[in-house]
Design a protein around this ligand. Sequence first.
Ligand code: DAH
Length: 339
Amino acid sequence: MNPVVERIETALKSAEASLTSAESAAQVEEVRISMLGRKGLFATLTKDMGSATPEERREIGRAFNEGKQRLQDLLAQAEERIKGSGSGEKALDVTLPGRCGAMGHRHPITQMIEDCVAIFRRMGFIVADGPEIETVRHNFDALNAAADHPSREMTDTFYFADGRLLRSQTSTVQIRTMDAVKPPIRIVAPGRCFRRDTPDATHSMNFHQIEGLYVDKNVSMADLKSVLQIFAWELFGKDVRIRLRPHFFPFTEPSVEYDFSCVVCGGKGCNVCKHSGWLEIAGAGMVNPNVFRNVGIDPEEWSGYAFGMGIERLTMLRHRISDIRNLYENDVRFLSQFN
Ligand code: DAH
């Protein structure tokens, strides 16, 4: 290859490398001067051309023109790129569209609470709340918990020195509400609860529940069942079936556990439902007459149902999250998936 042509190619290669890594307009300008400037490569070559034969001149001429064109393209590209990235030193282009900061969004637990509340509101429930620091009466006594019930232990519930506690369930709001207003009552109460559990993939020392309470005349288990079925449909779709199994809770009699047909496998059996086809979602039942007596409501006149369920569990099922701790680490890479 003609040595002049070779010089052009070598110089172009190094110019291309500098231009693709250039970060400022000044760096691009530097390359332009070194190649096209008065003392740049092309000017020098023009001077050297004098000694070439006509044959060589044609070859060099072609390489020269093509090289110059290629260089100009590279310069234009680099300028465009730098202008686009905003780090150029060109004047501010006020006609460019604005760049929007990343938008935040609600935490998946908050989203779940709001969705549950919206469903119950459509069925006529209103939102009630109560404090996270509670008395033994609201958390246990008035809810008919046996005096020796293990959940009252220091090892299960967080107590303050003055005997108050961090509520271990949102059922406290049943008592708060019935203390304050006369029936009929139809409330849901979402909120934070605390238990002395060792954290693992499915346990957290603080978590959320949503409680429901309905008190009126002639309330039956059928009313409870229909509300729970509609809730399941609204939250996870029309294919979800529900099942009520006999259980025990101090504040309800009879008591049930409320299951969804598995929202992952549709009930066929999978890892999430431990191959049973069913998912435990909530506790529920007819308000125990003792609870009514504890808040001064006549159980002969009034009846009611109650339910309570874990928000984390619903959130984990909705998004197929396998470890509850992900919900509390506030890792933006994790949370930004739930926009
Ligand atoms: N408070 C219960 C718990 O934390 C859940 C529950 C069960 C709430 C039955 C209720 C109910 O209102 O009727 O395990």
